[in-house]
Design a protein around this ligand. Structure first.
Ligand code: 13P
Length: 234
């Protein structure tokens, strides 16, 4: 069954990695075609370079964030139009690191979603609870809150428990399943990904869970061969 598998490099990598990564993935794909959709979200500075290297390969490029503004005097920001222009197909919106580091509000995120859709980018909307919220039994409340201002368009939603990101700790299979099925229930026709400490070791089990349509991978996506193991885990 076809899955959506997304690599998020975060603020890591180099021109050398971008070059080697594109080469390694295209080689792997030539040797073994796969039924899945692959997306790589490098730092935006490497986007054009990777798009050029991946011409003809079925790997899409995504951005890790976008501006709430269409264009204008917003130094340091990158609009959806520019992202589209440099070859991005997808854009992550509401990643917990952006929510925390940039104090993003629901209004900010809703504006980004609208601009992404208007521009023709495919948003991947990230949601998830913190450890404190989980301990307080509020996981579903938080997911519902994060989904509350999203309308019922077909949507890609990444469930990323904040406490599982970069920690090597993941929820139990039954907990992942419960959360993704809750999201499916709330947003009909959504594609739901799991993210948070996905590795080549646990990807097969996670991707086989009912309701999991793919994965969003951080640290383990930085090595193209480990990422390929994840891609071929189902
Ligand atoms: P890790 O896979 O490093 O835990 O990161 C997950 C993530 O935040 C992907 O967006």
């Amino acid at each position: 069954m076809s899955k959506l598998i997304v690599a998020n490099w975060k603020m890591n990598g180099s021109l050398t990695l971008a070059h080697d990564y594109a080469w390694a993935l295209t080689q792997h794909l030539e040797e073994k075609p796969i039924p899945h959709t692959l997306v790589v979200c490098p730092p935006v500075a490497y986007t054009s370079f990777m798009v050029g290297r991946l011409v003809g390969a079925s790997i899409a490029i995504g951005a890790q964030d976008c501006s709430t503004h269409k264009k204008g005097a917003y130094t340091g920001e990158i609009s959806c139009e520019i992202l589209k222009d440099i070859g991005c197909t997808y854009v992550l919106i509401g990643h917990s690191e952006c929510r925390q580091n940039h104090q993003e509000t629901e209004e900010t995120l809703a504006a980004k979603m609208t601009l992404a859709y208007e521009t023709g980018l495919i948003p991947i909307y990230c949601i998830g609870e913190t450890q404190t919220e989980r301990d307080a039994g509020k996981t579903k409340d938080i997911l519902a809150q994060h989904l509350s201002f999203i309308d019922q368009k077909p949507l890609i939603i990444a469930y990323e428990p904040v406490w599982a990101i970069g920690t090597g700790r993941i929820p139990q299979d039954s907990e992942i399943q419960e959360a993704v099925l809750f999201i499916h229930d709330r947003v009909s026709r959504a594609t739901v990904l799991y993210g948070g400490s996905v590795t080549a070791k646990n990807a097969g089990a996670i991707l086989s869970l009912p309701g999991v349509d793919g994965v969003l991978v951080g640290g383990a996506s930085l090595n193209p061969h480990e990422f390929w193991h994840i891609v071929t885990a189902v």
